[in-house]
Design a protein around this ligand. Structure first.
Ligand SMILES: [Zn+2]
Length: 117
């Protein structure tokens, strides 16, 4: 079992991904094996937070009472420079193809990655 680096889902200001030592595949969702070649224990690494906007989706209707104060907010898919794609919050003025960097903002009671230009 490899050591786990604390990331934003555990209250740290960090985005963590996994990199396979055998084939070089990168993946965002934590698994105990490489999704590409099946090798065990991919290495955990801290992402730089830099990337490019792949898609945006402005949310205008709150899904829960806790998120109502944030409407409208932007949900973006970002292709990170490390090579994985992740969903996160983003500035409302982002367009596809924009270069972005991650910071962290409170959303509905927790700190979440927030991308902006
Ligand atoms: Zn692999």
């Amino acid at each position: 079992m490899t050591d786990r680096i604390a990331d934003w889902t555990r209250g740290a200001e960090a985005i963590v991904y996994q990199s396979c030592g055998a084939c070089g595949n990168v993946q965002y969702f934590r698994r105990s094996f490489c999704a590409a070649c099946g090798a065990p224990d991919p290495l955990e690494k801290r992402a730089s937070g830099a990337g490019t906007v792949y898609a945006t989706s402005l949310v205008c209707r709150a899904a829960t009472p806790e998120t109502r104060a944030h409407v409208p907010y932007n949900i973006v898919l970002v292709d990170t420079v490390e090579g994985f794609r992740m969903m996160a919050h983003g500035a409302n003025d982002l367009s596809i193809g924009d270069s972005v960097t991650a910071s962290y903002r409170p959303f509905a009671g927790r700190l979440v990655p927030y991308f902006e230009k």
